[in-house]
Design a protein around this ligand. Structure first.
Ligand code: UDP
Length: 235
């Protein structure tokens, strides 16, 4: 579908992030889920934006499956929430500065607080994701003033990806993390480990948040596209 996904494992992705923070160079990370990849086929801007990221991870079992079907087996699932959770202990050791931007008022603070309780080496600042165009300069000032090593943007995909590219240079590492703050704050409970291992977390999410069904109708369409593509390439 025109998207290149990196084959980095979770550990390798975190290592790239660590190198960017320590070397003080700037990278942008996109965790690409099937919805985004599917939408990018018709949306050239989104396509460019994903492909121009420094790291594109396979966010979800659908992407891992698609890669296998198209000839790249063994990809590791690197979701936004899992990635930040793997990164926090490294951030703690390195005493990084992390800005949490996104979510309803109070959620990013609650998420950051909980993260910092376990990882006290982290210095953080937070801001909710519901600001107007008039308020945006104030948000940018707050981020610049804080000088984060890592900027986590949880405004929902693909809005957060547009936002990050529109405002480059705010941090060494910028990552779009979707609804991760809701999970980090404990407001959304993730599927039990066993369900995650069975690769049906999406089904659990649909059960818990049934209003998402409309978005998830993309999944069967994504699967059909991949089947069609692998069938054509075999012929
Ligand atoms: N959100 C936000 N500002 C907005 C719209 C959404 O901060 O203008 C937040 C919302 O509160 C939620 C996240 O963005 O925390 C989107 O979560 P969702 O699970 O829908 O996104 P996904 O992980 O699927 O990208």
């Amino acid at each position: 579908m025109g998207i290149t996904v990196d084959t980095y494992s979770m550990q390798e992705t975190v290592e790239h992030i660590r190198q960017a923070v320590e070397g003080q160079f700037q990278i942008r990370v996109v965790t690409a889920n099937p919805e985004m990849i599917y939408a990018s086929e018709r949306n050239k801007r989104l396509n460019r934006l994903i492909n121009s990221a420094d790291i594109v991870t396979a966010d979800g079992i659908g992407v891992v499956w698609a890669a296998k079907r198209l000839g790249t087996p063994g990809l590791e699932r690197v979701t936004g929430i899992d990635l930040v959770q793997a990164m926090f202990p490294i951030a703690h050791v390195g005493q990084w500065r992390i800005f949490f931007l996104g979510g309803k008022p109070g959620v990013a603070e609650q998420a950051a607080n909980r993260v910092a309780l376990k990882n006290p080496g982290i210095t953080w600042e937070a801001m909710n994701g519901y600001f107007s165009a008039e308020e945006e300069p104030g948000v940018l000032d707050k981020i610049r003033h804080f000088q984060p090593d890592v900027l986590l943007v949880g405004l929902g995909a693909p809005h957060q990806e547009y936002w990050i590219t529109k405002h480059p240079g705010l941090a060494s590492v910028s990552i779009g993390v979707g609804g991760s703050f809701d999970a980090l704050a404990g407001l959304v409970v993730r599927a039990p480990k066993r369900v995650q291992e069975l690769h049906v977390e999406w089904l659990y999410r649909l059960w818990k948040e049934p209003w998402r069904w409309k978005r998830q109708t993309v999944l069967p369409r994504f699967v059909l596209k991949i089947f069609w593509q692998s069938f054509r390439s075999r012929r």
